[in-house]
Ligand binder design. Structure first.
Ligand code: ANZ
Ligand code: ZN
Length: 814
């Protein structure tokens, strides 16, 4: 039957019945774990982006299968999270109900794609069989000292009385009611990802990841080499440390700045400054970190009334607070050097603080302040004349001797805040006991089930807190009445380990079998959006390392090789979104053309890693291409009945060249996720087959059929249903996916005869055929003897002949 969605269904059924793609653990030595980032079942439907990601990753994996790899390509759902809960608040549909309903729809659509997904290995993060182990991982981290509690600010809407996620804060205001959002301190759980900062940085080098993504992680981790220097508070037994990358400028310090949130502030503020300080602290609470880091925003701050003692000169320097100093970076305290730092300069100028130059540039060079380069020290006493580099070392050495400072490496990376005051997530598996404090839930009592009947409309507390059945329990240690933790885990915790669960998803005893997982991982190819460059991809790396150190894994990195697909935008060039009404649904195209035409079109229409605006202009052309492939197959079946030759003549050689050229290009390009050029090469091969059919009188039908068989092998990963159908039509045995990928023959790529264009005075005037072994002299001779060329030259004087081998012959005449 001609290609259609019926063909899709026929083969999907057969593949399923014969379990064609089932991973065979016996072939573990050839395993290839191809993983696509699983999807979030919120949109109720698979969108074009999913198709683009999954369909073409499957194409790559299918080629690898035909190249002899044993493919493991699982699929699942990242099913906890805010959107389902917000949807519930709006519509009253319980998050569990909407989530499972969406999963059902999306699963059906994913099956219609005809990808090699291992549905037996599906994971759904909101199912108790899965989150039991998410909770177990939390407890493993707790045991290792990598999960801890501390007070931390959360976004707080004073009107809704609720905690807001960052994405619910729009321009500093509550997304729901528009009230200005403030910060509120809550005791929350953190994962100590900072303990792995250096390894997370070092190991990036070994990864086959896009350079841009490695750069993003490097910046996110933000290693900074500097020094910590101690300042004492005048007349008090108090001190603080600053982190600086410019210890060489220490003698230029004219004031110091504490973050408004710093604990010391209340202790040192004088009575007459207290009111201003309190007001400023309130003001700072409302600023986002992004605002505070902005270089263009006007600097503000207030004097505390206290003074610090300069660690070298013993001079008094005023202590200020300002929101340009962040509480969460370094020590939360800064030594200000207005002569050599932009922000300090701006601040000092505004508040009339002294500016003291201690670094000068090259001799004779006039430079204005602030001078932020390195240079030679001046006004720095014993350090005068030293270079910045030497001074840094010597100043820190001197301080070290007096226990007032030392070299220090800082990371911008913060510990990962994992508690959410939300309902739709994995409950945090700890119990709070009046007598015993924090008691982890014993492993045998996992999972801590998320109750269904919960009032989750937001009122400032975790929804679980109001569920007495959930909250009230007994302490596993002393048996007294105790309370559960009312918070749930960030969904990034769920997605930080799902790739470890897939291969062993039915394990009831453990999260996974260590020995087996050590064989199945790392993931060989991970494909997903570039928006995950920092969080998800960093969290997953961290969890892998933490589980390794707890003895559960033996590899260091989860994802050896990573590819980001590009983004398909709406026809208007904007990101597809419901509100813009520019969403393109794959379903209609699939119903009209079949899933293979759609997949081929996605392959052909975009550079995979770049994406671009959607347009369906080319889809008809792809549909015609599919028709051409079908017809050439039908044609060769018909030709089998006609007389034929066994000879390999010029025409067969030409066709063979097209075959090997296509095999080489498709193999190389598909390997690199360059699907668009791969499709072009297959189109060229189809053209060559038509040319042969039309121009060669007595055909070598066997030879032609062999080439068609290779074409179908190349096409199979791109159009799996169609290729399987045509393979069957040719009478070959099931399945084309058990065929091996065609190999190319370099020798066939050396043409005996090559065609070269002839230019006369810059205009192409003809073509000549020359033996591929001919040298320049011979080529020149052939060109000049060509009948057409001769006509053009027409007896004129030949001034020059330039031969560019394999391409062109330039003749200049006068
Ligand atoms: C004195 C100084 C003089 C500085 C100078 C720079 C130039 P990176 O590279 O990002 O690590 N700093 C330290 N802690 C800070 C905080 N919590 N909030 C805001 N700024 C902070 O930057 C380190 C530099 O940023 C430090 O070096 C400190 O200013 C400032 F001519 O110390 B510097
Ligand atoms: Zn107890």
């Amino acid at each position: 039957m001609p290609y259609s969605t019926e063909v899709d269904r026929k083969w999907q059924k057969k593949w399923e019945e014969t379990k064609l793609y089932k991973f065979n653990p016996q072939n573990i030595d050839k395993k290839l774990y191809c993983l696509e980032m699983f999807s979030y079942p919120s949109g109720a439907k698979l969108h074009l982006g999913h198709w683009y990601n999954y369909g073409l990753s499957d194409t790559w994996a299918r080629m690898k299968r035909m190249q002899g790899f044993e493919i493991f390509q699982p699929m699942g759902f990242d099913a906890f999270g805010l959107p389902a809960e917000n949807y519930a608040i709006k519509t009253g549909v319980h998050p569990q109900d909407s989530t499972y309903q969406n999963i059902e729809t999306m699963e059906r659509q994913l099956r219609e794609m005809g990808a090699m997904f291992e549905w037996d290995h599906e994971v759904i993060t909101c199912s108790p069989e899965y989150y039991k182990w998410t909770q177990w991982i939390f407890l493993e981290l707790y045991k290792s000292g990598l999960a801890y509690r501390k007070e931390a600010p959360v976004n707080w809407c004073p009107s809704c009385q609720t905690v807001l996620a960052n994405e619910q804060v729009v321009d500093g205001a509550c997304e729901r009611c528009g009230t200005e959002v403030t910060k509120k301190n809550l005791t929350q759980w953190f994962f100590k990802i900072t303990e792995y900062a250096q390894e997370l940085l070092d190991k990036l080098e070994e990864l086959d990841w896009p350079e841009k993504t490695k750069k993003i992680q490097t910046n996110w981790i933000g290693r900074s080499e500097g020094a910590e220097i101690e300042f004492k508070i005048e007349n008090k037994d108090l001190s603080f440390r600053v982190f600086t990358t410019r210890a060489d400028t220490l003698l230029g310090v004219t004031y110091v700045v504490l973050a408004p949130e710093n604990e010391l502030v209340d202790k040192i503020t004088t009575d007459e400054n207290r009111k201003a300080v309190e007001e400023y602290k309130e003001f700072a609470k409302k600023q986002t970190e992004i605002d505070r880091l902005s270089t263009t925003r006007e600097k503000t701050g207030v004097f505390t009334g206290a003074y610090a003692i300069h660690p070298i000169t013993g001079e008094k320097v005023p202590v200020w607070i300002a929101d340009y100093v962040l509480a969460t970076y370094g020590t939360g305290c800064v030594m200000a050097v207005p002569a050599h730092d932009e922000r300090d300069f701006e601040f000092a100028t505004k508040y009339n603080l002294p500016i003291k130059r201690v670094i000068k540039g090259e001799e004779g060079q006039v430079d204005e302040l602030p001078y932020t380069e390195y240079g030679i020290l001046v006004n720095s006493g014993e350090f005068d004349g030293m270079s910045s580099a030497d001074a840094r070392v010597n100043i820190v050495k001197k301080l070290e001797g007096e226990s007032k400072g030392e070299l220090k490496v800082n990371y911008r990376l913060r510990d990962w805040l994992v508690s959410r005051q939300r309902y739709w997530g994995a409950p945090i598996p700890v119990i709070h006991c009046e007598h015993c404090g924090i008691v982890p839930v014993p492993e045998k009592d996992l999972p801590v089930l998320l109750p269904y009947d919960v009032e989750f409309s937001p009122d400032g507390e975790s929804p679980l807190k109001k569920h007495e059945g959930f909250m009230n329990t007994t302490c596993p240690k002393c048996g007294a009445k105790a309370l559960r933790d009312p918070d749930t885990l960030d969904t990034f915790v769920c997605s930080s380990w799902y790739y470890l669960r897939y291969p062993d998803n039915k394990n009831n005893e453990k999260a996974f079998d260590t020995e087996w997982i050590n064989k199945m991982l790392p993931v060989d190819k991970y494909i997903g959006g570039p928006e995950h460059a920092a969080m998800h991809l960093l969290y997953a790396r961290f969890i892998t390392k933490a589980l390794r150190d707890a003895g559960h894994l033996s590899f260091d990195e989860p994802f050896k090789s990573l590819v980001h697909q590009g983004i398909i935008l709406g026809p208007d060039g904007n990101r597809m979104s419901k509100s813009k009404g520019n969403i393109v649904s794959p379903d209609e195209y699939i119903a009209e053309y079949g899933s293979d035409v759609f997949r081929l079109y996605l392959a052909f229409g975009f550079a995979y890693t770049e994406g671009g605006p959607w347009s369906d202009d080319g889809i008809k052309a792809i549909d015609r291409f599919v028709g051409r492939v079908e017809r050439i197959v039908d044609r060769v079946i018909e030709l089998r009945k006609e007389s034929s030759t066994d000879e390999i003549r010029k025409d067969e050689k030409e066709l063979n060249y097209a075959r090997h050229y296509a095999i080489k290009a498709v193999s190389e390009d598909t390997e690199k996720f360059q699907f668009n050029t791969s499709v072009s090469r297959m189109m060229e091969l189809v053209n060559a087959l038509y040319k042969y059919d039309q121009e060669t009188e007595l055909k070598n039908v066997k030879y032609m059929e062999g080439i068609i068989a290779d074409l179908l092998r190349l096409l199979a990963p791109f159009a799996p249903h169609l290729s399987e159908e045509l393979w069957e039509r040719l009478g070959y045995s099931y399945s084309i996916f058990n065929e091996s990928w065609p190999a190319f023959d370099e020798a066939a790529l050396v043409k005996d005869i090559v065609e070269m264009a002839v230019q006369i005075n810059g205009k192409v005037r003809g073509k000549v055929e020359v033996p591929s072994t001919a040298d320049e002299k011979e080529i020149e001779k052939i060109a000049l003897e060509d009948k057409k060329v001769k006509e053009y030259i027409n007896g004129k004087e030949i001034k020059k002949v330039i031969v560019i081998k394999g391409r062109i012959i330039n003749i200049v005449v006068k």
